[in-house]
Design a protein around this ligand. Sequence first.
Ligand code: GLU
Length: 301
Amino acid sequence: MRHLRPLALVAVLLAAATGCGRSGSPPVKGPQPEDLPAYEVDTGFRLPASPTWEKARRRGHLVVGAKEDQPYMGEKDPASGGYSGFDIEIAKMMSASLGFAPKTIEFRTIASANRETALQNGQIDYYVGTYTINDNRKKQVGFAGPYFMAGQSLLVRRSEKAVKGPEDLAGKKVCSAAGSTPYQRLQREFPKAVLVAYDTYSVCVDNLLTYQVDAVSTDDSILLGYAAKVPEELKVVGRPFSEEPYGIGVPRGDNALRFALDDALEANEKNGNWKKAYEATLGLSGVPAPTPPPIDRYPAG
Ligand code: GLU
């Protein structure tokens, strides 16, 4: 049954796209292929010190973990099966730098709660999906980056008057994803909120639209995408109340891969690909391209 839930959101988004929304609302626009940078494949690239890279070389392509229901970040087209969004572009530029043609990437959707296990089991080579770097997670996986700085925020129905920030959440039903840092922060810092957890944020948004919860809380980058798709129904309120530095998850101990991804991020920030990718994806939700945070090349371990 679980996989049926995101379809309800899809239905709402489609209704909005086909003109049921208020006139004057922006058209639902996704990344257009012609706006996206083409990443040059480094065909001579070799990384024998990385067991993950060697396994991918033998397989012939990369397997990358991502999200599939986060507009402008990581979204799967139900018709074509193709993935798009800012995280997907990051995954593609990394692939090109590692010597694999981006179009050969096999994307796998992995929910927030399952990322560490997927990396530990070798189910994926790396993960790009709004994945906050923190010390707790670093005990289980490695992180290249950060490549973006998000912050926890709140999404409510447009008609909502009472919720303007996290201090207004006492007694309110607030939805977030299991295993996410926003869920943990609400639990720790706003214990009077009534927490509801699902595997994905799109199910939370369905619950918000159908009056089953009062707010959805996660990173602003994710919430702005949902709000931009149905601005007549939803709004993001207040200021971000955390720092969520996004990293590329890699198997813990594969330092060669981690450092190669740090190099690749730096190169793509320098040559303009990062900014172009941002503008063609997340930039569509209305926030101009920020300066990416400095790479944290922490020691091998
Ligand atoms: N960045 C937060 C996290 O890594 C929230 C977004 C997500 O669940 O992917 O937990």
